[in-house]
Design a protein around this ligand. Sequence first.
Ligand SMILES: [Zn+2]
Length: 101
Amino acid sequence: MKLVYTHPNIAILVQAYSPIEQAEIECVLRNEYASGAMGELAPINAWPEVWVVYDTDFVRAVSIVETSHRAVEGQDWQCAQCTTYSPATFDTCWQCGGERF
Ligand SMILES: [Zn+2]
């Protein structure tokens, strides 16, 4: 088992998960119900996660995630201060609180 991707926003996580699943790579979601219940961000250790079952699929799964991210470009934005990506619905960086611009 290897962690491929994690994101506080389940909608964005599913956008990464779906194409992996469609590529017939064995993968699982973890913590999928951990966030969003109260409209608040879960602590980082409870973020939804995508895992591949077989380590040999890891590189392929990561490249699929990167490809799917390029396809939905404009959804996430990158913080100028810490280079972390935040969901489009955020006006400030979830990591450092930096302003979006
Ligand atoms: Zn930041």
